[in-house]
Design a protein around this ligand. Sequence first.
Ligand code: ATP
Ligand code: MG
Length: 342
Amino acid sequence: MTALRLEHVDKSFGQVKVLHDISLTVEDGEFVVFVGPSGCGKSTLLRVIAGLEDATAGRVSIAGEEVTHVPPAKRGIAMVFQTYALYPHLSVRDNMALGLKQEGAPRATVEAQVAKASHMLSLDDYLKRRPAELSGGQRQRVAIGRAIVRDPKLFLFDEPLSNLDAALRMNTRVEIAALHRTLSASMIYVTHDQIEAMTLADKIVVLRDGRIEQVGAPMDLYNDPANRFVAGFLGSPAMNFLERSVAGLPEGVTLGIRPEYLRPAPTGRIGGTVTHVERLGSDTNLLVETSQGERLTLRMFGQDQTPVGAPVTLDWDDADAFFFDATGRRLTGADQPSVPAA
Ligand SMILES: Nc1ncnc2c1ncn2[C@@H]1O[C@H](COP(=O)(O)OP(=O)(O)OP(=O)(O)O)[C@@H](O)[C@H]1O
Ligand SMILES: [Mg+2]
């Protein structure tokens, strides 16, 4: 079955249109991530799915039923927000139980569901505490628990990890992935963090300015981006884009090359100077300014000793190069130019 179907959804606030003709399906059990820069419409789209905002046009269906005009509580969804929005005066147990109680679920069901969620999220030792007595990560687990107890047809997450520090973000990310496997539930997860998108998603939806740029499995988007925006958005450090630094590149065409695919080579096709070095231990990033004044990043495995100011020549394998036309569209197959060797 299809967990979610969006058909030609538009959303305007007054005169301002923020979602344009969004069509999308989420299959049963799929983990779908909406990713894109701030203001691109991720939260608005999630809120339209939840019913917290009305679509201006188009249709929303959940689990095979049209819900475009159905109120949020009747859509069979549960939403987890960036701010946990827990009730401060209620215990962890009561925070998790509240939604079910309000829906009039039998006491035994409430208890069983809370016990299941609490066990799954390792919250058993904290059930009597209040939110103020928990760490940020524990609070976010309670917020997730509150969603789990309702056994929703569709989970909606809006940047649930962005209030957590880096280490906790990674742990919680792994927990959410494990949770998805355990529950085999359909989940939609909003983030502007491309690492979360790459690591969690079965399917990524890249949004820009209220439009879908591309939909696909993480590695398909990474290896086969439809355009310059997607190519530049996924990957860290980001893909390099060069127009002037490579001899033989046709007018209006941009070469895209990922930092890990560039390598120092005595007769490379790009010349420049190292302007900054980032030593990460596991990797070394060299920031290079080319002889033509463009900047790029080169990622080396391990601990490289190249000093700032060093001259470098760089090259790449032709199979690793991407090309984009002046509108940002990716050039593939016979449309790709060949850049002669130095
Ligand atoms: N209630 C509203 N009234 C008017 N404009 C709104 C409203 N809510 C959102 N917008 C506008 O809609 C656009 C999309 O906002 P949205 O919150 O969906 O972005 P986002 O992708 O979630 O961004 P972020 O990553 O910063 O959370 C923005 O330009 C925003 O200003
Ligand atoms: Mg948002």
